[in-house]
Design a protein around this ligand. Structure first.
Ligand code: LMR
Length: 394
């Protein structure tokens, strides 16, 4: 039977992790997978997470099954963190998922269940797993233009123009903040205009939110999303705690839905539960319980927010530092957009060949055509990196 299988096409990000690990050079630099690193180059467990884990270890008395929707207090805590009071609570439903990827997968399956003929629109470029999951689930997909590489900015007019071709009931994947891979984000005014267009055309937004707190701040990063959620009758939301709680390997995420009324939210939530049961039954509890403890405890929450803010500011400093180093090295302002972008990533305007050259000749690892993980930048090696980037002709 197994001889019928072909080797699967590699996932670009997973492949890069393997290539970096296999590189024997000590001077290598990992700007690939989106993992936060502190100035010492490690990815520490956040203070509030450690404290919550400690509390859990002392107080948790059983590990028996919860519900197929996971821990209710985690889901309501996440909905509150993301949506604030923009939507009436009875219109919100949701379930816990293994990571943000789990949420994307479960919501894609929900779309397939509800409207199998819908086309799902996603940004060009996007996180490579979006199209992979859509294809795996069997949904038709199309892209909309998103990024003007010359300007290093969102090509909003082109985006709106392409979305005009979507038909009522089609689904639009949007990055809630900190667009992956470009780092170029919609302004609040653009969110407002897009919300109006989505509403007029009867489209359904599917927001992937994996970096809340990494861009302009916890509240600022979801201002556009909150406007969208407050305005439209139906919204899907895939939330991840991998980055902002640093819980990568614990797989903590939520598939949240906003229905047009309480009944719709209830039925949709029940479908997420049924899909969970089919795919993995009960979602993993530990990380979600940790997040729930943090979100519902004033002291832990305040400490988590403070540490998250330090991480955000550290990335912002590195961003500005690299933009300045490249300005000096290239003797041009063509990289200034790096300082304007927000979040964990920036898309450098490279080709696959130039990015490969950078990897082979300088040991610098980037995803695809030049997505860099800002948190991986070396604070004391920005000039050297800028030299290498300019030397390969990016
Ligand atoms: C990334 O884009 O690097 C992260 O979201 C990690 C992943 O799962 O791809």
């Amino acid at each position: 039977m197994f001889e019928a299988l072909k080797a699967p096409p590699p996932d670009k990000i997973i492949q890069l992790i393997g290539m970096y690990a296999a590189d024997p050079r000590t001077e290598k630099l990992d700007l690939g997978v989106g993992v936060y690193k502190d100035p010492q180059g490690s990815t520490p467990i956040m203070r509030a997470v450690k404290a919550a884990e400690h509390r859990l270890w002392k107080e948790q008395e059983t590990k028996t099954y919860l519900s197929v929707l996971g821990d209710k207090s985690f889901v309501t805590g996440m909905a509150g963190l993301i949506l604030g009071d923009s939507v009436a609570p009875e219109r919100i439903g949701g379930g816990q998922t293994p990571g943000g990827t789990g949420a994307v997968r479960q919501l894609a399956e929900l779309v397939k269940r509800a409207t199998p003929d819908a086309t799902v629109w996603y940004s060009d470029p996007t996180w490579p797993n979006h199209p992979q999951i859509l294809a795996h689930v069997g949904l038709a997909a199309k892209t909309y233009r998103y990024y003007d590489a010359e300007a290093g900015a969102v090509s909003f007019e082109a985006m709106c123009e392409d979305l005009k071709a979507a038909k009522a009931g089609d689904v639009v994947i949007l990055h809630g903040c900190c667009h992956n891979p470009t780092g170029a984000n919609l302004s609040l005014e653009q969110w407002q205009a897009l919300t109006a267009q989505i509403g007029e055309q009867g489209l359904v937004p599917f927001v992937d939110l994996a970096y809340q707190g990494f861009g302009d701040g916890l509240e600022e990063d979801v201002a556009g999303l909150r406007h969208l959620a407050a305005t439209l009758p139906e919204v899907m939301l895939a939330a991840s705690c991998s980055k902002n709680f640093g819980l990568y390997r614990d797989r903590v995420g939520a598939a949240i839905v906003i229905g047009k009324d309480a009944e719709a939210a209830k039925v949709t939530e029940a479908n997420i539960g049924a899909l969970n049961r089919l795919n993995f039954s009960f979602p993993p509890d530990h990380g979600a319980k940790v997040v729930s403890l943090i979100l519902h405890d004033a002291e832990l929450r305040a400490d988590w927010i403070a540490e998250l803010e330090d991480m955000r500011l550290n990335m912002l400093t590195l961003r500005k530092g690299l933009a300045e180093a490249l300005r000096r090295e290239a003797n041009s302002d063509r990289f200034d957009y790096i300082a304007v972008h927000r979040g964990m990533f920036t898309q450098l305007g490279g080709t696959l060949e130039k990015v490969a050259k950078l990897r082979e000749e300088h040991g610098v690892y980037m995803v695809g055509t030049g997505r860099i993980n800002i948190a991986g930048l070396p604070a004391d090696g920005l000039d050297k990196l800028a030299k290498a980037i300019v030397a390969v002709g990016i």
